[in-house]
Structure formats: C-alpha cells, structure tokens
Design a protein. Structure first.
Length: 214
C-alpha cells in the first residue's frame, strides 16, 4: 500500500525639501533617515573586492527527508474503494542563507550546493524565504478496494542543512544554508510496522497511529 512521489509621493517631496534647505551632505543624509554608520558600511562593502569567484568549501552537509504533513487516521472498509486524505501541517521548513560578509550572495552559495548534491539544478532548491508550507499541495486519493483498516497519508520534503567557508580577498567568509526540495509521500496502515528506517515515516506513524511496534 506504500506509494512514493517523489510612494508615497508626498514623502519624497518632504525629503527633497529638507535636502534643499540644508547646506551639508551629512545633514541631508540624516534627513533621509540613513544612519551614517549604515551608509559607511554600505560604501565599504561596495568598494571591497568581490567574492563572486571565491571557492565554496563545505564543512558539513546534512540531507534527509523531513516530515511536513500528515493526515488524520481514516477508517477504511473493504468496499470503500477510493478514499481521500487531507494531510495537515506538521512542520514548516524556511529556506535561508546566512553569511559573515554580504559580498557572498545566496545564489553563489546555492549554485555551489547543487554541485555538491549532484543531480539537481539551482532553481530546484528553495530560495531564501521560501517556505515548505507554501508549496502546492492537493488532497491525496488512494484506492483501498478490498482492504480494510486504519490508514494514514504522510508527506515529506528533502531538507538540506550545511555550513561553508568562501575564499575571499582579505580572508575567508563563513556561513550556513538551509533549503529544501522535492516531495515524497507514504501510505501507512496503523497496526502494521511500516518496515522502514526513514525517521520521517516513523514519526508520521507515531503521531497518528501511536507507538511503533517493533
């Protein structure tokens, strides 16, 4: 029974007026609400040598399927035939890329990660800010004709967590990345050991059917 599918306009006018009546560039900067320290940092970053060509070295890469949705238990009779399940949210995975230097871009990191993972393109990995809970999902219909029991449907994504360093002019840049891709599903029968060592399947069973019998 198992399956797998894998200007506001007046605001700008006010700023322009303030800049017109003051004599120094520093005062004009203050009027626009940009702190001097922030502006100095931005200038320093812009003038620093680029890290775009720096090699990304992975210090750790961990990938696993992680449970994201599971349905309530449905009691099925032998004569029921097709049964529709409505998986509910268990976990939301939010993609993010963090670095110690803004010169290293998220795209640069994700492009390097796809090479490390192999078989996937960069556009298949969730970009920073993308949530697994927002991906397109539909109710799951399974044909149970001739089978009876208590059944559950579970969904998962491939989650990746990694840390890295990038060789940049002036020293290494450090960072970490969390992303996800793909989709997997499983049909579980309560009272029947799912027969897999994958933690996400076992978690789905315990959450809905109860303790897993060894």
């Amino acid at each position: 029974m198992a399956r797998s599918r894998m200007t506001r306009r007046h605001g700008w006018a006010t700023v322009a007026l303030l800049c017109a009546v003051v004599s120094s560039a520093a005062a004009c900067t203050a009027a626009t609400g940009k702190p001097a320290a922030t502006e100095a940092k931005a200038k320093a970053t812009a003038s620093a040598p680029s890290c775009a060509g720096g090699a990304v070295r992975w210090t750790s890469v961990h990938r696993e399927r992680r449970l994201t949705e599971v349905s309530p238990v449905v009691n099925v009779r032998e004569s029921d035939g097709g049964v529709t399940f409505h998986p509910g949210l268990v976990r939301n995975i939010v993609a993010q890329v963090s670095t110690s230097d803004d010169r290293v871009s998220a795209h640069q990191v994700l492009a390097a990660l796809t090479k490390r993972l192999k078989r996937w393109d960069v556009d298949q990995l969730a970009a920073p800010g993308k949530e697994s809970a927002d991906r397109r999902r539909n109710p799951v219909k399974v044909d149970f004709l001739g089978h009876a029991g208590r059944f559950v449907e579970a969904e998962a994504v491939q989650a990746v967590e990694a840390s890295f360093t990038v060789a940049c002019p002036g020293g290494d840049v450090y960072g970490s990345v969390t992303t996800w891709f793909g989709n997997s599903g499983a049909s579980l029968a309560c009272g029947v050991n799912p027969g897999t060592k994958e933690p996400w399947v076992q978690e789905a069973y315990r959450l809905t059917c109860g303790p897993l019998r060894l």
